[in-house]
Design a protein around this ligand. Structure first.
Ligand code: FAD
Length: 357
């Protein structure tokens, strides 16, 4: 049954002809964490803009406020912003940027992003709203393999798993954003994380190769995917996750639904979901109290700078109370870091990705 479905519903990445072996690819890739090249200043010339308009006539926007594309509702303009309709357009855009030396940044739903007030130079490529198929690709023993393309909303895959009696995604209930973002961030909760259920990923390298890595070839950290180690050579930007394949056990939909209701209820009780935020702002220390507990104990709950506030409901959330600037959030981040360093000797590391200038 699954084999038939797989044939019928071909994923775009399968239509692409140049698939490099993961061994070859791992020689080329290096460990990167976000496309920091996006911080480089450029100014797009007329020809570049014309080229972008030609490639994605209805999907390209210039000087696009990133506040429209982040859950913080904060962020200066992207010089250019595009939602490519398919993998082929994505490839053309990246190769064109490479040739023209235009920095690019891949984003999903912007739910883990803080974009600085001066905005982002170059091209922001947004995969939320495109590349959004889900497909059951096979069965392996008692487990079902499901591939979700990078633009699928994590909550959509959670709902899909429950509806199909597949166990394993409930940990992600209440995590916002796309599967690409969730895989990149190894998103998780106390119930589990992406790495627990991931079978393989398909990615597009900056050199325009589509490669697949299996679970045992990947290394995950806390809210982090390490790209397969390379020998420090060619790759000038991180690869793009095109799709992630998950391995689920079979379970009863009713049981999964009951569990889901309890998880969502608990999140609503403990998190400030009615206000713009990017979820937890800091990673939890490896051991000892959580970042939220430490910030709370330091008496910083409710602390405000400009329009930003350390949530009174959950101290590891910074919320945009009223027209906060990225600078307000950054100031609060600094305040928390300095306070905890001097009080407890603990250095908190941001979980949120800070991009732009
Ligand atoms: C209210 C709230 C609650 C949250 N709760 C949780 C939680 O419990 N657990 C948790 O882990 N997170 C949580 N988050 C954070 C966030 O939802 C997750 O990190 C999410 O997985 C990010 O997905 P995204 O599509 O929004 O990624 P983005 O924020 O758009 O991007 C995140 C990073 O991934 C990169 N990226 C995105 N897509 C791709 C791709 N296809 N290929 C390569 N790189 C890519 C971006 O460049 C960036 O570095 C929460 C956020 C909010 C707003």
């Amino acid at each position: 049954m699954f084999g038939k479905q797989a044939k019928k519903c071909c994923m775009p990445y399968r239509q692409l002809n140049k698939v490099e072996s993961s061994k070859q690819a791992s020689r080329r890739l290096r460990v990167v964490d976000g496309n920091l090249d996006s911080n480089r200043l450029t100014r797009m010339d007329h020809n570049t803009k014309k080229w972008l308009e030609k490639i994605a006539p209805t999907d390209i926007r210039f000087n696009e406020p990133m506040s429209k594309h982040t859950s913080f509702r904060i962020g200066g303009p992207a010089e250019a912003f595009v939602t490519p309709r398919n993998v082929s357009t994505l490839r053309t855009l990246i190769q064109g940027c490479r040739q023209r030396q235009i920095p690019w940044l891949i984003v999903g739903s912007g739910t883990n992003l803080l974009v600085k007030d001066a905005g982002i130079s170059g091209l922001v490529i947004c995969l939320a709203g495109c590349l959004n198929q889900i497909e059951q690709i096979g069965v392996n023993g008692h487990q079902v393999l499901v591939t979700a393309m990078a633009g699928v909303q994590t909550k959509t895959l959670c709902a899909y798993a429950i509806a199909n009696g597949l166990k394993g995604m409930n940990f992600a209930l209440g995590i916002y954003g796309t599967i690409g973002g969730a895989t990149m961030m190894n998103a998780g909760t106390r119930h589990g994380c992406v790495a627990d259920v991931l079978d393989s990923i398909q990615l597009l390298t900056p050199a325009d190769e589509i490669v697949q890595f299996n679970r045992d070839q990947l290394r995950f950290g806390y809210r982090k995917l390490f790209w397969p180690q390379a020998r420090g050579d060619q790759a000038e930007a991180p690869p793009v996750i095109l799709a992630s394949t998950f391995r689920f056990d079979i379970d009863d939909t009713k049981t999964l639904r009951k569990q889901a209701r309890a998880i969502i209820k608990a999140r609503k009780r403990t998190q400030p979901l009615g206000m713009p935020s990017a979820g937890c702002i800091f990673k939890n220390p490896v051991d000892g109290p959580s970042a939220g507990e430490l910030i709370d104990r330091a008496g910083l709950k409710g602390k405000r700078i400009g329009g930003a506030e350390i949530s009174t409901k959950h101290a590891n959330f910074i919320v945009n109370r009223h027209n906060a600037a990225a600078a307000d959030i950054l100031e609060l981040i600094k305040l928390v870091q300095q306070t905890l360093k001097s009080k407890n000797g603990i250095e908190l590391e941001p979980e949120v990705k800070i991009v732009g200038t």
